[in-house]
Design a binder for this molecule. Structure first.
Ligand code: AHG
Ligand code: MN
Ligand code: MN
Length: 335
């Protein structure tokens, strides 16, 4: 029986799970040990676990605050803690992960001491639950992750974590919205997967995500407008006379994902409340910048390319302007 021409599936129509996508990529790198695949599959497993918890948050009474504050001095939501624990437990079971650093932990966690000869090549940084204040109102929330090579010459765990964004080997995010979307990059473009809850698999829906250009839309919390530096205020004033729309969820993952899908620009400028900007460089700005640049966008902190900033503290903050290249250029022209 010969395959009819129309029966052949083009690549775009194949059913590809994230596991088969990762194994396929691994097979393309002869020297690959499979460690990297393990790390990404741990993140995908944790994302499914967190998605299930978010879907039942109100029912399981895990909404609301634990009554504790995290290292950021922000009140922790119960799901922040659950998400954090699940990532640590999923990554902890993978021998390839030396260190994890989380928004919810003051110091990096050394998961296992590197046994002699057993190279522990990766450091994984994450914001386990981004936009968690939106949980109680059933708003979109996310997980953000960034993967670096473990720098064994570093004097201590923190030293290995404090690497510039250009050193990332992979990064991405999960958006827990009407569907659960996992977007990632390993430096070869951007791939997007959607969780099919009926089979518990992330399925590939786009293997080369590109950000549209020319969409007149911006995303910022304009409540702080008066305390933004003048250049940002001039840009935002200009938009009011040039046919722009404004969208803002208050979850970076949701706001940036919309910009990635539709085009436009996401901004979190310095403000009186957050003189260096509110978003954290290592596990919010850098991973989202890596995805944005790999999709043809741009990502700056003021007039500096975000991924070139040399971090000095794990939880250091930065301002953020990221999105379509022409829109980011336009914002920069006002700074
Ligand atoms: P997190 O919940 O991990 O602390 O992140 C919240 C961040 C980010 O998701 C969002 O872009 C920003 O806070 C919103 O800040 P404002 O409420 O000041 O606009
Ligand atoms: Mn966050
Ligand atoms: Mn968070």
């Amino acid at each position: 029986m010969t395959l009819q021409a129309d029966a052949r599936l083009t690549r775009g129509q194949n059913l590809t799970s994230i596991q088969s996508y990762l194994l396929n990529e691994e097979a393309r790198h002869p020297g690959a040990t499979g460690n990297f695949t393990w790390v990404l599959s741990a993140i995908s497993l944790s994302a499914k676990f967190i998605a299930a918890r978010c879907r039942r948050a109100g029912i399981e009474q895990v909404l609301g605050e634990v009554g504790a504050e995290n290292v950021q001095g922000e009140s922790q939501q119960k799901l922040d803690v659950i998400a954090n624990e699940s990532l640590i437990r999923c990554l902890g079971s993978r021998p390839a992960v030396a260190i994890v650093a989380s928004e919810e932990n003051e110091e990096p966690l050394i998961l296992q001491e590197a046994e002699p000869g057993c190279e522990r090549p990766y450091v994984v940084l994450f914001d386990p639950l981004d936009g968690s204040s939106n949980l109680d109102v059933c708003g979109g929330v996310g997980t953000i992750f960034s993967i670096l090579h473990h720098d064994r010459r570093a004097p201590n765990a923190a030293g290995s974590v404090l690497q510039a964004g250009v050193k990332q080997v992979a990064a991405g995010y999960v958006l827990y919205g009407p569907s659960t979307v996992l977007v990632m990059t390993t430096g070869h473009g951007v791939q997007m997967f959607v969780l099919d809850p009926s089979i518990g698999s992330f399925l590939l829906v786009n293997d080369d995500v590109r950000i549209p250009d020319g969409h007149r839309s911006y995303s910022v919390n304009e409540a702080y407008l008066q305390s933004f530096p003048e250049g940002y205020r001039n840009y935002l004033e200009w938009t009011k006379h040039n046919g722009y729309s404004q969208r803002y969820v208050g979850t970076m993952v949701a706001d940036v994902h919309r910009v990635l899908m539709k085009g436009g620009v996401f901004l979190y400028p310095p403000s009186d409340k957050a003189p260096k900007g509110k978003l954290r460089l290592l596990y919010e700005a850098n991973p989202m910048s890596f995805v944005m640049e790999q999709a043809g966008g741009k990502a700056f902190s003021g007039t500096e390319r975000t991924m070139e900033i040399q971090p000095t503290k794990i939880h250091e903050r930065t301002s953020v302007v990221m999105g379509s290249p022409s829109e980011v250029d336009r914002v920069l022209s006002f700074l």
